[in-house]
Design a protein around this ligand. Structure first.
Ligand code: FCB
Length: 441
């Protein structure tokens, strides 16, 4: 009896995603390095140290990506290396990035370069970072310089990774630098990040008219605990606006959306050639009158949810489909710029990967323009405030010895890429539990 095969478009980009600070090692000149030195900031007092040692040897991992058959890889350039002090650009650092991009191209892998992935040069942080409006033109100048240096090897640019996370964790939650708790500052930072995106969009296109420029937007569906409860629905609205909607709406309409601001934001208009979705989980939101500081919203997981490791939220593959559908209204191609799970023993990841890719497939069937999928991540790396305690890699890493080992999911991902499809054989081999759901009847 013939069985369904979920085939992906032939020109689909299959990649992995990384960021400079998490993999390069030795990024001593940025705000995160400084943060890591402060007691109590990072889980178990970990520091990024040599990370995955990409600054000296990214090539061995590029070989691993190529051996899996990947045709895309997302990495970021570290602003503090390229511009170690204001207005001074380091050609040797740009040279190393040139080398990395060339090495990727040689292996048939198309790079996507992120210009800002969480870290700021120390000099920038000292003058107020993204709270300071002057950062907007400085970022555009940096972006233009990078594209002038690397444009022959790359035309796919991601300006800023997860503006909402930078603003919320750095300026409300306090777990990212600069560790503040100030709603107004968070909103100012978010506005400046979007203006920075728009300014960089212009700067990149000025140097490289054919560039494809977007940003990576993280989305967490905020579902009311009881959809019938008016209070739960009301409580979920602000978290949704902060995390998801205000950014999409401001970019789509060229007007600030609440609570980000009010009035025109014409600079944001037409600044997306594509949009990136980073998807990990969803939150269940319950009205709770004791949570005044969180605007009466208590965020958590559904009582019957399967949980991801390390308190990373709930296993909710349908969420990626819902987020893709929401992004569709921007009317531009969509890349899944991140999706993955922390799973050291890899007992959940194969099912996770298959279930999420099945939802991506479903979205494509409904004509959502998803052009590529970048799994987070290739090799375990330095997971920000969670240090080395989270294991997102298709390959495990012993960061002391720098030894890597493929997890079974690496083989699974390679099979999907090879087949350009999720086949019944793949489901049976890697996640038989999914058979009844994916192949009913
Ligand atoms: C995202 C970040 C990425 C990584 C994953 C797990 O929010 O963009 O750097 O830390 O989470």
């Amino acid at each position: 009896m013939p069985e369904a095969t979920f085939s992906f478009p032939a020109d689909m980009r299959w990649g992995v995603a990384t960021s400079a600070h998490q993999v390069e090692g030795g990024n001593t000149n940025n705000d995160w390095w400084d943060w890591e030195q402060q007691p109590g900031r990072i889980a178990e007092g970990h520091t990024s140290g040599k990370a995955c040692d990409w600054w000296t040897n990214a090539e061995a991992d590029f070989d691993r990506a190529a051996a899996m058959g990947l045709n895309a890889l997302r990495l970021s350039v570290e602003w503090s290396r390229v511009e170690p002090s204001p207005g001074e650009f380091d050609d040797a650092a740009l040279g190393r990035y040139w080398e990395m991009l060339t090495e990727l191209r040689t292996r048939g892998i198309e790079p996507m370069v992120t210009l800002h992935h969480f870290t700021n040069p120390l000099w920038l942080a000292e003058q107020g970072g993204w709270e300071n409006r002057d950062t907007v033109p400085l970022f555009a100048r940096f972006a233009g310089r990078v594209v002038r240096a690397l444009g022959k090897q790359c035309d796919l640019w991601c300006t800023i990774n997860e503006p909402s996370i930078i603003a919320l964790l750095g300026y409300m939650h306090g777990s990212f630098p600069p560790g503040r708790n100030d709603f107004r500052a968070a909103m100012a930072v978010l506005r400046n990040l979007l203006l920075g995106h728009a300014a960089a969009y212009g700067a990149v296109h000025e140097v490289q008219p054919s560039a494809r420029v977007g940003l990576a937007h993280t989305m967490i569906p905020m579902d009311p605990a009881s959809p019938r409860s008016r209070l739960d629905r009301w409580a979920s609205r602000l978290p949704d606006a902060l995390m998801n909607e205000a950014i999409i709406s401001s970019l789509a309409r060229g007007r600030w959306a609440l609570p980000l601001g009010v009035g025109p934001a014409w600079r944001l208009r037409k600044t997306l050639d594509w949009v990136g979705l980073n998807y990990y989980t969803r939150h269940i939101v319950r009205f709770d009158r004791t949570q005044r500081r969180a605007f009466f919203a208590r965020q958590g997981q559904a009582p019957d949810a399967e949980l991801l490791d390390g308190g990373f939220g709930e296993f909710h593959p349908r969420g990626i489909f819902r987020c893709i559908r929401r992004l569709r209204r921007l009317g531009v191609p969509i890349y899944i710029t991140e999706n993955g799970t922390p799973d050291e023993d890899d007992d959940q990841r194969p099912r996770h990967l298959l279930a999420h890719l099945h939802q991506v497939w479903h979205a494509i069937q409904l004509c959502c323009p998803v052009m590529g999928y970048y799994h987070w991540t290739l090799v375990d790396n330095f997971e920000w405030a969670r240090g080395w305690t989270m294991h997102f890699g298709l390959f495990s890493l012993d960061h002391k010895t720098q030894k890597r080992r493929p997890r079974r999911s690496a083989e699974l991902y390679a099979s999907i890429v090879r087949e350009q499809a999720i086949t019944p054989r793949i489901i049976d081999e890697y996640a038989p539990d999914l058979r009844s759901e994916l192949l009913p009847g």
